[in-house]
Design a protein around this ligand. Sequence first.
Ligand code: NAD
Ligand code: UD1
Length: 333
Amino acid sequence: MILLTGGTGFIGSHAAVELLSGGYDVIVLDDLSNSSFEVIDRIEKISGIRPKFVQGDVKDVAVLNKLFGEFPIEGVMHFAGLKAVGDSFKYPLEYYSENVVGTCVLLSVMQAFGVYDIVFSSSATVYKPSNDMPLSEQAEVGEQSNPYGRTKAVVEKMLADLALSDPKWSIAILRYFNPIGAHPSGLLGEAPNGVPNNLVPYITKVLTGKLERLHVFGDDFDTEDGTGVRDYIHVEDLSLGHLKAYEFLKHHSGVNVWNLGTGIGHSVFDVVRAFERVTGRSIPYEISARREGDIARCWANPSKALLDLEWKAERTLDDMVRDAWRWAQYNLN
Ligand code: NAD
Ligand code: UD1
């Protein structure tokens, strides 16, 4: 049985479907601070199997002790945490507590119960902004522009130190690039509260009339069309990467780091045009000032994951946008 912390969230729910469809038994631990119980019904609807669910906080040792004591958990995918870059400036202690302390508590309980396989959700944001593109796993880590990114870098160090202390640990650090898209059924996707910070949820709110226009954060970057370039990856491709990484851990110990990206960069205007193609509607936008901390370009060299895991992202930007749009139409109204 695999424990998915944060398993009712955007990425965790897709991973749950992937694992259940792959024949794994799944138990979800989530405090529902950024998701809802209905996601469990939807996971069941898609996969035909209902995952076990426990509502609780990953920082709560008593909850974890009970969970590991009651269920035959063999490994963990750790998604639970906070992810809003802007909030991480306002509430740094919450970010360190949820992301760093939460992981520390989880790892202590895993150790106590002799569970040593963990897949951790990291981010491309750990890389130094000055690296050349594309980013391989050898690129320098450091100088994260926000507290959120620093919590991910701290956890990566903690995992490396842990693996050095005991060869029984098998750890996968997955550095996600820009996960977007949704389940093709329209049942699972991303629904941030309030005004979205990220590009795709913002665009779907403009398209559904909830926001007036997109603000393009800068058209004077050193890129082909002047707007920021990112490596957008479909959340379903990302989920398969988790399954492959977990299977790799069965035969390898120590810390293993993989970039999960497509290797292709798309500009803000590329994403806008993809939405216009898919929806047949035009997206009102205006050019605004650059957002603090934004870099011009960021995309992955994903070849290590291909070599080690035989994993490669298959879905195109149009696939991502089509699925995100279906999800938005079914759920945002
Ligand atoms: P999400 O907010 O949709 O999912 C996180 C889930 O964790 C939510 O369901 C939330 O209720 C739960 N949670 C939060 N704190 C908890 C706690 N203390 N105990 C139990 N559950 C808790 O986010 P997501 O997009 O699915 O991201 C999953 C992971 O991937 C996060 O660690 C995030 O930092 C990381 N990540 C996400 C992205 C992205 O763009 N979405 C990019 C890079 C890394
Ligand atoms: C952001 C986070 C990053 C996190 C990632 C997860 C910041 C600074 N970085 O990355 O830490 O790992 O999400 O997906 O928040 N844009 C607009 N208008 C908008 C929103 C975005 O023009 O309303 C542009 C941005 O300037 C950027 C691109 O769209 O060029 C993508 O932005 P976003 O979706 O927020 O992702 P990142 O900033 O790459």
